[in-house]
Design a protein around this ligand. Sequence first.
Ligand SMILES: [Mg+2]
Length: 202
Amino acid sequence: MNLLKGTGLNQIRGIVFDLDGTLVSSSLDFNQIRLDLDCPPGEDVLTFVEALSPQERAKAEAIIHQHEVDDAEQSEWLPGAKAFVDQCLEIGVPLAILTRNSEFASKKKISKNNIPISLLFTRENSLPKPDPSALNEIAKLFSLPNHSIMMVGDYKYDLEAGRNAKMSTCLVNCEGEPDYLHLADHRYSSFIHLHEAFFNER
Ligand SMILES: [Mg+2]
């Protein structure tokens, strides 16, 4: 169900997706990752690793890598996501993926699920969300103004990055009332509902 007024979807000319929990399932257990890393509960894992000594950091990165590879092997398209992506491509909407995941695990997910999106920004070639610089770069590559692009994701960082880049923001695959709901211009419980709204408005 769309809880917010979904206005302005017909203005959208390009879309950037988060990967994990947005296009495909993710069974990454961040609590287990934090335990394995000795990262305090609730702390941002990437920020925590960033602050470690080079030696500790290499060890931590190997732990995260293993979690991500296991997760990539389990990943599946989330309901309605494939149909939405396919139809966007059919009508010529340029698409990109911006993820905090590693390039290795992201490419594994993309190839396992045949995701037909080639423009990929990972934590190796971009600053992590909520930093907007990758989104600004994507807008240039799309040759579109930022405000005509929508950032679609399942979590706070996706919405914050979209807001920081002055793009439209869309929360998907999210039930209930998360405390970052106010950052979403559009909100759908799944791609099935986003699909209806997006293509009905064209
Ligand atoms: Mg996500």
